[in-house]
Design a protein around this ligand. Structure first.
Ligand code: ADP
Length: 220
């Protein structure tokens, strides 16, 4: 059966990273095939995932038997076993799967996976370490950096932003940041408009250049 299966994801390796990812995908409505060579792990997550299988994913025949070549999206969540990670990724690339994510445990590992043809390489430990660094030194409650030095932060409203409608607060010209959303204590987040008046204790989601949002968060 060679019909594509959009909306379905094959997750290879059900360690901490792969199992969390697979369960999150399932919770958000994706159909997930989880594969691991360890039967005990597969058994543990069998009830949480749409399909699960015990297999060595460096074995092309095993992958074909499981219908892996028909998937549009695949995640290689094998980390420590470098050889298995690389061989599995190479097979998925040979199958022509159009969206392959692969987890790397080091930058060198990541470069190899990119050269093999993985479309997205994630370095969970490195990326989380960098992200937490911004939370430790700054006053941010949460932080996400995109490419090209652009970031979004969750931060308490600084004194200068309180009591005036956002349209008059000149945050964009003075600080180079845009308030995207706002949360009153005890309420849900709502999007921010020019009429929104910020109160003490409000939590803001702010977007802008990394240095600008960092400086802004430090004002709070
Ligand atoms: P984590 O840090 O997320 O727990 P690990 O690298 O420790 O990541 O776990 C990756 C998982 O990948 C393990 O459960 C391991 O059994 C599985 N795995 C490793 N090699 C293969 C392989 N050749 N085929 C299938 N699964 C594999």
């Amino acid at each position: 059966n060679s019909t594509p299966r959009p909306g379905r994801v094959v997750v290879i390796g059900l360690g901490r990273f792969g199992s969390s990812l697979a369960r999150e995908l399932t919770a958000h409505g994706s159909q997930v095939l989880g594969i691991d060579s360890r039967a005990a792990l597969v058994q543990r997550y069998a009830d949480d995932l749409t399909h699960s299988a015990v297999a060595d994913t460096t074995d092309e025949t095993a992958l074909r038997q499981l219908g892996v070549p028909d998937f549009q999206r695949a995640v290689v969540a094998i980390g420590t076993d470098l050889e298995a990670s690389i061989l599995t990724t190479a097979l998925l690339v040979d199958f022509g799967i159009p969206h392959i994510w692969a987890k790397a445990t080091s930058r060198q590992h990541g470069r190899i996976l990119e050269r093999m043809g993985a479309h997205h390489v994630v370095l969970p430990e490195h990326e989380m370490g960098e992200r937490v660094a911004h939370l430790v030194t700054g006053r941010m409650l949460d932080y996400i950096e995109f490419e090209d030095d652009y970031a979004m932060v969750k931060t308490l409203a600084p004194a200068g932003a309180i009591g005036v409608p956002l349209g008059e607060s000149r945050l964009r010209t003075q600080h180079g940041v845009t308030v995207v959303a706002i949360k009153r204590p005890g309420h849900d987040f709502t999007y921010a408009t020019a009429d929104t008046v910020v109160k003490r204790g409000d939590v803001l989601i702010v977007a802008g250049r990394t240095s600008a949002v960092e400086t802004f968060a430090d004002l709070s």
